[in-house]
Design a protein around this ligand. Structure first.
Ligand code: NAP
Length: 251
């Protein structure tokens, strides 16, 4: 018996594809055969990535916190590829750092809007269209974080948003259990990207890494195999699950 993570025939939409993990997800999904709609706000970066990937990629400017943008984004993806999106990666996120007693109300609201509401809007618009089109092997992956489970000072809004993402996926998995859709979360440990680059150059940031059992940050490639599995036919019996991939950082 063998397993394949071949994604030829799939049409994916990846949010937060202009940078970091989302950019990598777009590249590896395309390399595995999927058509990929690359979504985020910075169109220039998306277009440069789409050019590098080639004909199987399209750049889609969209703010995940605005439902009208999300709907227009899916419309644009369908127009670009002539087919419904059957694979969704809701990855867009912001760091939302700040002590609870000091964070302005709008910063709390913005973090929850992008990280939690944005993931729900992205997932449900994709699911609505899959259901309407009769997709039977729909796949949705939401990117959460180990902070969903591990308290961390200065990350109250971010942690709460990511805990919400995990529970949202479980709730949606229940709602869509018989709708031909598997929806799961990946909770990554710390990986150096634009979201945390400055922090890990500080002394407290370096001290945090020194406390991890393996005394290192994860490489971006650490999520590849799980992402491809969750997008593939092989994950048929996996829904409502969370996968912590953190190089043992929370041990
Ligand atoms: P990143 O390099 O800063 O990427 C964040 C992406 O989200 C960018 O492409 C950004 O694009 C997009 N984005 C932000 N606000 C958006 C909005 N309103 N609408 C649409 N797109 C938006 O950070 P990253 O590390 O790759 O983060 C990706 C995801 O992984 C996030 O959800 C993050 O919380 C999660 N995560 C990261 C780590 C880590 O250690 N790096 C660990 C656990 C979880 P635009 O600015 O162009 O819109």
């Amino acid at each position: 018996m063998s397993f394949s993570f071949e994604l030829t025939g799939r049409t994916a939409l990846v949010t937060g594809a202009s940078s970091g993990l989302g950019e990598r997800f777009g590249r590896i999904l395309a390399a595995s055969g999927a058509k990929v709609a690359l979504a985020a706000r910075r169109a220039d970066r998306l277009e440069a990535l789409a050019d590098r990937i080639g004909a199987n990629a399209a750049a889609i400017q969209m703010d995940v916190a605005r439902e009208a943008d999300v709907i227009a984004g899916y419309d644009a993806a369908e127009a670009a590829f002539g087919t419904v999106v059957d694979t969704v990666i809701a990855n867009a996120g912001i760091d939302g750092a700040g002590l609870a007693t000091e964070m302005p109300e709008d910063a709390i609201e913005h973090t929850l809007n992008v990280n939690l509401k944005g993931a729900i809007l992205t997932a449900r618009e994709g699911a609505k269209r899959m259901m309407a089109a009769g997709v039977t092997k729909g796949r949705i992956v939401l990117i959460a974080s180990i902070t969903a489970f591990e308290p961390s000072p200065g990350l109250v809004a971010y942690s709460a948003s990511k805990a919400g993402v995990v529970q949202a996926a479980r709730s949606l998995a229940r709602e869509w259990a018989r709708k031909g859709i598997c929806i799961n979360t990946i909770s990554p440990g710390y990986i150096r990207t634009a979201i945390n680059d400055a922090w890990f150059d500080t002394d407290p940031g370096k001290a945090q890494v020194a406390r991890f059992p393996r005394k290192r940050l994860m490489g971006q490639e650490g999520l590849d195999a799980m992402l491809l599995f969750l997008c593939s036919d092989a994950s048929e019996f996996v829904t409502g699950a969370d996968f912590v991939l953190d190089d043992g950082q929370t041990l």
